[in-house]
Write a protein that binds this ligand. Structure first.
Ligand SMILES: *[C@@H]1O[C@H](CO)[C@@H](O)[C@H](O)[C@H]1NC(C)=O
Ligand SMILES: *[C@@H]1O[C@H](CO)[C@@H](O)[C@H](O)[C@H]1NC(C)=O
Length: 221
């Protein structure tokens, strides 16, 4: 079956286009520029979502080689796209870009000229340092425009390590069992932002100059 005849396969290939275009464009497996121009991420998402329920069934039917290739294309696409997720977030320009922990994320809020980021771990992970009374890290003129982090390097705000118990952080520093950082980013980011903003207010921080446009959850990868 030629790839071009099935929109699903075409969509999958669109996603991985950037990495391969240069040397493989003649094979016809990839979208042309006009294909790309007339397609959106939502189109690709719709296709994947539509087929997601029957993918295991299709894989059994179509065999190992097809499955191996699909998994590679998906994985490679993920590697291309995940670094872009955080690029939409606005940070204080004077501060180093904060880096979210792998297997978790950071919820970032800017108030006036201070940026606050709360590190969070996914279910099954815990912080490598005790930080129960240390809800967030911050960066502003009073910190010399560096992040207040326990880690050397200054940009990675926390580390999430595999752990059965989640005890090193505050209760709200863990994503719920049924919603990892990536799931939260896709479906319920505002709830985590509201929680963190409430926590900052509770700590006596005046949230009047909260810059809503800079609100952002960033997942590590
Ligand atoms: C993408 O989705 C839009 C809106 O749902 C639709 O109008 C358009 O035809 C789709 N494009 C492709 C290439 O499937
Ligand atoms: C996760 O579980 C909570 C509490 O059981 C529930 O309220 C929420 O709707 C669930 N969320 C998802 C995405 O399943």
């Amino acid at each position: 079956m030629p790839f071009g005849s099935c929109p699903f396969w075409r969509m999958l290939f669109f996603v991985s286009l950037a990495g391969f275009l240069s040397d493989l464009s003649e094979t016809g497996a990839f979208a042309s520029q006009s294909d790309c121009d007339s397609t959106t991420i939502d189109n690709v998402t719709q296709s994947l979502q539509k087929y997601s329920t029957c993918l295991p069934e299709m894989a059994k039917k179509d065999g190992r080689d097809s499955l191996n290739r699909l998994i590679w294309i998906l994985k490679d696409s993920l590697n291309l796209l995940q670094p872009l997720q955080g690029k939409f977030c606005k940070h204080l320009p004077q501060c180093p870009q904060p880096i979210a922990p792998k297997n978790g994320g950071i919820v970032c809020i800017t108030i006036g000229s201070t940026e606050y980021c709360k590190p969070m771990c996914n279910k099954g992970y815990d912080f490598s340092f005790l930080r129960r009374s240390r809800l967030y890290e911050s960066c502003d003129s009073s910190t010399g425009f560096t992040w207040t982090t326990q880690l050397t390097g200054g940009q990675t705000l926390a580390v999430c390590e595999p752990s059965e118990k989640a005890v090193s952080g505050a209760e709200s520093a863990y994503f719920p069992d049924n919603s990892s950082c990536l799931h939260t980013l896709a479906y319920s980011e505002p709830e985590q932002l509201d929680t963190f903003l409430g926590e900052l207010a509770k700590q006596g921080i005046d949230t009047f100059n909260h810059n809503k446009e800079a609100d952002c959850l960033i997942c590590g990868y």
